[in-house]
Ligand binder design. Structure first.
Ligand SMILES: [Mg+2]
Length: 282
């Protein structure tokens, strides 16, 4: 989850921009958290404290308005009687990283992800996009192997027949899951480290904060987050968000089932989590 937040913050200043060439500066003073972070917090709080997902989305939206929400989401959030949104956008997929952390098996990830996506993104495309990110983020925790993750992604979700170079050559701003979720997955599969995944997301262009956010949740589990980048993003978050993340990671240490074998859940590179714990204590 922390990786997703780092991605949102890194990507914030590139949202809607195209054609970024290397060297790409990831840490810039104007970077800040956006709707992706706020609604990821809403999912985390709902999971940790047992709140109803829709209530949690609306409460966090009201608490942090003007963070770049989509117009349809804001309309839905404003009206407690609103019915589920028929949206194909990546707004459901961007906030699922806490689900991966809290779930003990793939089937549970899929079930919980549906419950958290449906209220605001009730289309086959959006449900599939959110599920793809949640499942791949979960698998990146239990089997952080890029060729395995590619197989899961191409077997169950997307063709992934375009590379970062292809995306760079054909840049556009698009919010749909069928466009942006494969881009986030490619950003990770073509990376060699966490920072690489972030740079790939920036080079893809368009909805960069959300692409980097979706990629960041997976990249964190595969490589860990470089402390300088993690600390920099951490300092930009309000105390209540830091405390919530600490709670989420603490309650998540449980048994998981993978390949029919029960094993200890290993996530949140311990050194990184310790740093964050001491930051909270301090
Ligand atoms: Mg955003």
């Amino acid at each position: 989850m922390i990786g997703a937040i780092v991605g949102d913050i890194v990507g914030s200043r590139f949202e809607g921009s195209l054609f970024q060439q290397e060297p790409i500066e990831l840490k810039n003073p104007v970077c800040d958290f956006t709707d992706d972070t706020v609604l990821t917090m809403a999912v985390a709080e709902s999971l940790v404290r047992g709140h109803e997902p829709s209530d949690s989305y609306r409460r966090w939206w009201a608490k942090y308005p003007n963070r770049g929400y989509g117009a349809c989401f804001s309309q839905w959030a404003r009206n407690p009687e609103a019915r589920a949104n028929e949206s194909t956008s990546n707004g459901g997929a961007m906030r699922v990283s806490p689900i991966a952390i809290m779930c003990t098996g793939q089937d549970q990830v899929i079930k919980i992800c549906r419950e958290y996506t449906k209220p605001t993104h009730n289309t086959a495309e959006a449900l599939n996009g959110a599920e793809a990110i949640a499942v791949l983020t979960w698998f990146s925790m239990v089997k952080p192997d890029l060729s395995f993750l590619r197989t899961v992604a191409t077997t169950d979700y997307y063709r992934l027949d375009q590379s970062i170079k292809d995306y760079e050559a054909d840049q556009k701003f698009e919010l749909r899951c069928n466009d942006t979720v494969p881009k986030a997955i490619a950003a990770v599969l073509e990376a060699k480290c966490f920072e690489d995944a972030m740079i790939n997301a920036v080079k893809i262009g368009g909805d960069v904060d959300t692409i980097a956010c979706m990629a960041g949740g997976m990249a964190e589990n595969i490589w860990g987050i470089p402390p300088s980048l993690g600390d920099w993003a951490w300092d930009k978050l309000p105390m209540e968000m830091r405390g919530l993340m600490e709670d989420l990671y603490r309650v998540s240490g449980r048994k998981i089932v993978f390949d029919g074998i029960e094993k200890e859940q290993t996530l949140a590179k311990p050194s990184l989590l310790e740093r964050f714990k001491s930051a909270i204590a301090g």
